[in-house]
Ligand binder design. Structure first.
Ligand code: UD1
Ligand code: MG
Length: 534
């Protein structure tokens, strides 16, 4: 990163005063998030669009909290309630309440006007007022904390009034251009917005990233002087740079080494670009933390996911939401987990879909398992081929390995769920619970009509429909008794064979008249009554 300023260059690397958690004393953060984002062509406010599963605005808010602790204000406007909810949900503490102050910009009159709305949050002009403000756009999700800390360091080292972050792009269109003095140290003299720029200014490739550090005493007095006579009729925050420079204040700038970091998301294309970059960063972070990925580029991990060491992710694994994966797990191909907690040593075979479920240590699942919200798979339990579960607790060491539906069920330890077991939990109006005690053996093709309880150690014979509670250690069997008719099948085959022969013989003869046709024998085996199929 290079830094430049309008006056002399300081060479002293003075660290910014921060506490043990890296929170910088006297710093306040303002995040601008009130705009609609017209260029997104969306019904949803731009800052709510997710990047790696997390609303865009939360990247700036998270960064603000990391550098400034509790002193963070977010300016909301479009879909204010929704944006507020998303921020509250993501930042609320266990003790209650969010450390983020939300202020509303009722009319979106520009970025300068947006920041001005945050004044009531801070004790401006009083003792304890922030000595400097870090101002962030809500649409720059790629910005890194170390860059912001460098910006703050340069601001302090140079005793600047305004320090801004810039990037040099091959295609600068759409961004505010950084206009520098023609001579001397070529310090920043102003920012000109794309729509206000003349041809010469449009040719400038250095852009304003939308990240600024501004002196506490200067900020709000400068904002009050903004004038909206520009192409958009807006109060541009960027005009404070010219105001500072014009009144002889120091303006410093830090140029990004990696211009990608300065990407401002205004369009769907930029959203897709941001997504790719963030996904790559997340994968790199987990690879670095000891997670194996067989084909990293095909693995999708949301920003909010945590993965333990020595876990192996096969191709096309997707981990979404607040998912936590333990150590030594193996997740095979094409599996998607959303908001799940997975213990250590869990193996998940191919093609599984899990949502809001909890899987304990050493459990084994898949292939083709669907866990809907509210499932707990206890230690060493096994769930296999084509099993669907919902709001069900499968006890330690229990097995449901084939073709079953288990919904609203509490299943004990060491239970065998036979192939094709169905908990009939819904009567068309209400849902009911099935309780299965420890050590129960359910034979194949069993239906349990809930509410029903099967006592510990009971055996349910294959093909049974359980309609009443089964006492512990009992055998429940409910199916029509079997009848064996000696020789019946052979006689049927013989009959069928002779009928077929007759039919074939007749077919070789000349075509019968209409009257004869009626009398021809028909094979009984081929008769199908109209409407008799299930
Ligand atoms: C802004 C900068 C531009 C810079 C670019 C970097 C200004 C005037 N321009 O342009 O120099 O190159 O970011 O990405 O600042 N917002 C509000 N209230 C408003 C208007 C906007 O809160 O009245 C918020 C938006 O929600 C967004 C941020 O401010 O998070 C930036 O607004 P946007 O419209 O994206 O500005 P750009 O045109 O990208
Ligand atoms: Mg923008």
């Amino acid at each position: 990163m290079r830094h430049q300023r309008s006056t002399e260059v300081s060479t002293v690397k003075k660290p910014v005063n921060s506490d043990q958690q890296g929170k910088i004393a006297g710093l306040a953060v303002v995040v601008m998030a009130a705009g609609l984002g017209k260029r997104m062509r969306s019904k949803q406010a731009k800052v709510l669009h997710p990047v790696a599963g997390q609303a865009m605005v939360l990247y700036s808010v998270g960064l603000g909290l990391r550098v400034a602790g509790d002193c963070v204000a977010v300016v909301v406007g479009h879909q204010a309630d929704l944006v507020r909810q998303v921020i509250d949900r993501a930042t609320s503490r266990k003790t209650g309440g969010s450390p983020v102050a939300i202020v509303e910009q009722r009319e979106q009159l520009g970025t300068g006007h947006a920041v001005l709305q945050s004044r009531p949050v801070f004790a401006v002009g009083k003792r304890g007022a922030p000595s400097r403000y870090l101002i962030l756009n809500g649409d720059t999700p790629l910005l890194q904390e170390k860059t912001v800390r460098e910006l703050l360091r340069v601001h302090e080292a140079e005793c600047a009034t305004v320090t801004l972050l810039t990037a040099v792009l091959a295609d600068a269109s759409g961004y505010g251009r950084v206009v520098r003095a023609h001579s001397g140290e070529r310090g920043v003299s102003r920012i000109v917005e794309d729509r206000d720029a003349n041809a010469e200014e449009q040719a400038i490739r250095e852009i304003n990233v939308g990240t600024y550090v501004v002196d506490g005493e200067f900020l709000f007095s400068a904002l009050e002087q903004l004038d909206p006579s520009n192409a958009q009729g807006e109060y541009y925050l960027t005009d404070i740079i010219h105001l500072a420079q014009h009144s002889g204040q120091r303006v410093a700038a830090v140029v990004l080494d990696n211009p990608d970091e300065g990407l401002g998301v205004n369009t769907r294309l930029q959203l897709a670009q941001a997504e790719q970059v963030v996904r790559q960063q997340i994968r790199d972070r987990w690879l670095d933390a000891g997670v194996t990925m067989i084909d990293p580029s095909s693995v999708w991990i949301d920003a909010t996911v945590t993965i333990g060491k020595d876990t192996i992710l096969y191709p096309n694994v997707t981990l979404e939401g607040v998912t936590v994966i333990g150590e030594d797990c193996v997740l095979h191909s094409s599996t998607r987990l959303t908001d799940c907690i997975v213990g250590n040593g869990v193996e998940i075979l191919d093609h599984c879909l899990f949502a809001a479920s909890h899987i304990e240590d050493d459990a084994h699942l898949g292939p083709f398992v669907h866990l809907r919200p509210g499932v707990v798979v206890r230690k060493k339990a096994k769930v296999g081929n084509f099993v669907e579960m919902k709001k069900t607790d499968l006890g330690e060491g229990s097995k449901a390995n084939h073709l079953s539906y288990l919904g609203d069920a509490k299943i004990g330890k060491g239970v065998n769920i036979g192939a094709g077991t169905v908990t009939c939990n819904y009567d068309g109006v209400q849902k009911f619970q099935t309780v299965i005690g420890d050590g129960v053996f359910l034979g194949s093709d069993t239906q349990l009509i809930a509410p029903v309880t099967v006592g510990a150690g009971a055996i349910i014979a294959a093909g049974t429909t359980v309609t009443e509670d089964v006492p512990a250690d009992a055998l429940a069997i409910a199916r029509a008794p079997q009848v064996n008719r000696a020789g019946w099948a052979a006689r049927r085959r013989a009959l069928q064979t002779s009928a077929t022969r007759e039919t074939l013989n007749v077919k070789r003869e000349p075509k019968p008249s209409g009257r004869m046709k009626k009398r021809l024998p028909v094979s009984k085996g081929r008769q199908v009554k109209k409407g008799s199929r299930g």
